[in-house]
Design a binder for this molecule. Structure first.
Ligand SMILES: *[C@@H]1O[C@H](CO)[C@@H](O)[C@H](O)[C@H]1NC(C)=O
Length: 404
């Protein structure tokens, strides 16, 4: 028997764990601002403003914009910052994607796409791949800037060292708007629940679980503002938890609605006083956005509490010289306090020689059947290492270890 075990171990080397280095790059918002095109872009495209303006016209609890699916967010990836590599096909064709816990589809640009955005990015060439499987169904994804259209295909997907056979994915043939032209990523790889992926089929992580690629049905994100080991700013680990990247215990939160990675928030406090959602509310953990969003009334009050003042395009400025004196914002999740100092919730951008400071909080009215929803993006996730557990349907957080 013993030699059989030995042979098995030799044939199947340590599988079940794969590390994806993540790079932090400028968001589309930052790039637009640097090229002086942000204001006109927001004026022409910003659906949030529409949403905000007309939110009060709808009864509470009703999604303020109905676009077919009730779960649909007006998602635009304007603030996405962390990207990593994948490959599709045989021989492999490489793409850079946003690993996004706030959606569930995988798509990359198609070689048949003639949109300006596709011209700026890697495009999948089905005719160059020997493992390509035609599916042919069409898909559409609604983004804040318009409707993306494409066709579905199946391919060998390689994520780190994991090979997934016959993965459904979308090849976009039409990509709307300017965001995708500016974006530093080619496509998106969604890591939320399958119920959010009606458009394209089996999400990648479900395929990984079904094809027994992982020892544990979990993945973990480490996001940092500075470089880790000198070459990248973050790490996505499939199949495990990297104990070297955080300190203290992991505190778990049950998923309340298996759609997004949605959990309950006990309360949100500013400088110790309970200020928002005193009776509890909901939060989505979203690696595809950099900010923290909440209901408009709460965010407006919060901006006042941190002394942020609005610009003409709905961003909120903070005086950089005042950062030291700003209050802490504390989220209470499953009885555990998560403190954000101004160093973490203020976003700094350099415009020429000037440093500008923005509030990392944005209004986005996103109702759910369980109450108003906050979105916790990279501002939160770069302070707290996050673990997504599909086996026990829970999200864990621990204090991220940073080297600055
Ligand atoms: C694709 O990425 C892999 C791993 O980073 C690299 O070894 C390979 O050369 C890349 N292929 C192409 C065509 O760029």
């Amino acid at each position: 028997m013993r030699w059989l075990v030995l042979i098995l171990c030799w044939v199947w080397p340590a599988q079940g764990l794969t590390r994806i280095p993540l790079s932090r790059m400028s968001s589309v918002r930052t790039l637009l601002r640097a090229s002086d095109r942000l204001e006109s872009f927001v004026r022409d495209h910003q659906p949030d403003i529409f949403n905000r303006r007309f939110a009060q016209c709808y009864p509470p609890g009703i999604p303020s914009l109905r676009l077919g699916k009730s779960s649909e967010r007006l998602y635009n990836f304007m603030d996405a910052q962390y990207y990593g590599p994948i490959s599709l096909g045989t021989p492999p064709q490489n793409f850079t994607v946003v690993f996004d816990t706030g959606s569930s589809d995988l798509w990359v640009p198609s070689s048949y796409c003639v949109s300006e955005a596709c011209g700026m990015h890697e495009r999948f060439e089905a005719f160059r791949s020997s493992s390509f499987n035609h599916d042919g169904r069409r898909f559409g994804i609604h983004y804040g800037t318009g409707h993306m259209l494409g066709i579905m295909s199946r391919e060998v997907l390689k994520v780190g060292s994991v090979m997934i056979q016959n993965q459904e994915f979308g090849e976009s043939v039409y990509e709307p708007g300017f965001v995708f032209v500016m974006a530093k990523f080619d496509g998106v790889l969604g890591l939320a629940y399958p119920s959010l992926a009606e458009e394209i089929g089996n999400p990648v992580f479900d395929s990984m679980m079904n094809q027994n690629s992982l020892t544990q049905p979990i993945f973990s994100f480490y996001l940092s503002k500075s470089k880790l080991n000198g070459d990248h700013e973050g790490e996505l680990l499939f199949g495990g938890i990297d104990e070297t990247l955080f300190t203290g215990p992991i505190n778990w939160n049950p998923v309340t609605l298996k759609n997004y990675w949605q959990i309950k928030v006990d309360s949100i406090q500013v400088q110790g006083a309970s200020s928002f959602c005193p009776h509890g509310c909901q939060a989505i953990i979203d690696t595809g956005t950099s900010v923290i969003t909440g209901p408009t009334v709460d965010i407006l009050a919060l901006q006042q509490l941190i002394g942020a003042t609005p610009t003409s395009i709905g961003e909120y400025l903070i005086d950089c010289t005042r950062l030291q004196s700003l209050p802490e914002v504390t989220l209470v999740l499953n009885k555990v306090e998560y403190v954000l100092t101004s160093e973490s919730y203020v976003r700094k951008e350099n415009l020429g020689d000037t440093e500008i400071c923005f509030s990392g909080f944005q209004a986005e009215d996103m109702p759910s059947s369980l109450g108003p929803v906050w979105i916790l993006g990279d501002i939160f996730l770069s302070e707290y290492y996050s673990v997504y557990d599909r086996g026990q349907d829970r999200v864990g957080f621990a204090k991220a270890r940073h080297t600055h």
